[in-house]
Design a protein around this ligand. Structure first.
Ligand SMILES: Nc1ncnc2c1ncn2[C@@H]1O[C@H](COP(=O)(O)OP(=O)(O)OP(=O)(O)O)[C@@H](O)[C@H]1O
Ligand SMILES: O=C(O)C1=C[C@@H](O)[C@@H](O)[C@H](O)C1
Ligand SMILES: [Mg+2]
Length: 195
């Protein structure tokens, strides 16, 4: 994403990047935009981007649906906890400690993972209405939890169950139906105000 598309000047974004001295971690529901917003945010801040779901797939040499099918959710959650612990530690090696990490939707519900992220990172809860989540998750067929029934009901239930965890993030950004840049502007503003 180009700086010109945002509400910020290149100088303002560079100055903000210099103030960031730890990982930025995006948490929130499936389809809210952690991966796609995270990638654009990292490119604007000129730092690395890591997607925890992709890291799990890489270390298992399997896709997430294959892991769920072969070993079940508990096994996936254990891998997820270990991968995020590793990413949090490795981020210290990035220039200025800056890195953007997109978590999987359920990762922040694990107490150990949540404590590590809250302790070491700038944590942003990306949040959308259920209708938006239904529309965005329908674009790709790679979320095993949504195959266990009606996706809208599952998303609404998980969103309500997980809100007590997600809401512990100090920065809350609502991602509406507009383009990515609208969410990015709110994220940049949220980080700047919180730092
Ligand atoms: N702010 C936004 N504006 C427009 N489209 C968006 C926005 N955020 C996400 N999308 C779109 O919604 C879909 C899902 O987004 P994405 O894969 O980034 O979600 P996620 O939070 O990483 O989900 P998961 O937890 O399942 O990995 C993608 O097609 C993405 O381009
Ligand atoms: O919300 C969830 O529990 C999940 C979200 C995805 O990012 C993946 O981590 C997986 O599909 C599970
Ligand atoms: Mg993702």
């Amino acid at each position: 994403m180009d700086v010109q598309q945002t509400h910020f000047s290149a100088q303002e974004i560079a100055a903000l990047a210099r103030r960031i001295n730890r990982p930025i971690v995006l948490v929130g529901m499936m389809g809210v935009g952690k991966s796609s917003v995270g990638k654009r945010l990292a490119s604007l801040l000129d730092c690395a981007f890591v997607d925890a779901d992709e890291e799990i797939e890489r270390s298992a040499q399997m896709t997430i649906p294959e892991i769920f099918d072969a070993f079940g959710e508990a096994y996936f959650r254990d891998g997820e906890r270990r991968v995020i612990a590793r990413l949090m530690n490795e981020s210290a090696g990035e220039p200025g400690g800056r890195i953007v990490i997109a978590t999987g939707g359920g990762a922040f519900c694990n107490a150990e993972t949540r404590a590590a992220i809250l302790d070491k990172a700038i944590t942003i809860w990306l949040d959308s209405e259920v209708d938006t989540l239904v529309e965005r998750t329908a674009r790709k067929d790679n979320r095993p939890l949504l195959k266990q029934g009606d996706p809208r009901e599952i998303l609404a239930k998980l969103r309500a169950e997980r809100e007590p965890y997600y809401s512990q993030a100090p920065i809350h950004v609502v991602s509406g139906n507009g383009p990515h840049v609208q969410t990015i502007n709110k994220v940049l503003q949220g980080i700047s105000q919180w730092l």
